[in-house]
Design a protein around this ligand. Structure first.
Ligand code: SF4
Length: 156
């Protein structure tokens, strides 16, 4: 990974280097969960079913570098996509920064601890099932943002 500038996470998203862009992810794992879109209304509902490449204990991709070899439709998050997609969680570092908001206190770049995202109840680690074992997605609907609470007490 290239050098990361001091407090790069406070810079506009469009100014980040590739390494800084990658480092901005808080590792929550929520974008690696399946979603269901209602054909009629366009409403998107979350599930607790994870991509087969997600380690459900750690919420980390088991082969991030080669993920598109195994999961060709894995989304590569870009600045345009961050602005366009509605389903990124409210806590997502990219979404927060795209909206000009600061990172949360539990983000590892702020707290200095990769475990903070779990302690804050934001990570999906240990709370999801792999698509390999899940069966029908509509048996696994979950409203993830509903239980998200900041350490400072603000609900998102
Ligand atoms: S939802 Fe955002 S912060 Fe969470 S893992 Fe995905 S890209 Fe990273």
């Amino acid at each position: 990974m290239g050098a990361l500038r001091d407090k790069f996470w406070e810079l506009p998203l469009g100014d980040l280097t590739r390494a800084e862009w990658e480092a901005l992810c808080d590792g929550c794992g929520k974008c690696c969960l399946h979603k269901i879109e209602d054909e009629n209304t366009g409403t998107i509902e979350g599930t607790n079913v994870a991509c087969k490449l997600l380690d459900t204990d750690t919420a980390q991709c088991i082969d991030y570098r080669n993920r598109r070899t195994y999961v060709p439709d894995c989304m590569r998050l870009t600045l345009k996509i961050v602005k366009d997609v509605t389903w990124l969680p409210a806590s997502c570092a990219y979404r927060l920064r795209a909206d000009g908001k600061p990172l949360k206190d539990w983000h590892y770049l702020i707290s200095g601890d990769r475990e903070s995202v779990k302690q804050a109840g934001v990570s999906v680690a240990g709370r999801v099932i792999s698509e390999v074992d899940a069966g029908p997605l509509d048996h696994h609907l979950v409203e993830w943002d509903a239980d998200e609470t900041d350490w400072d007490g603000d609900s998102e």
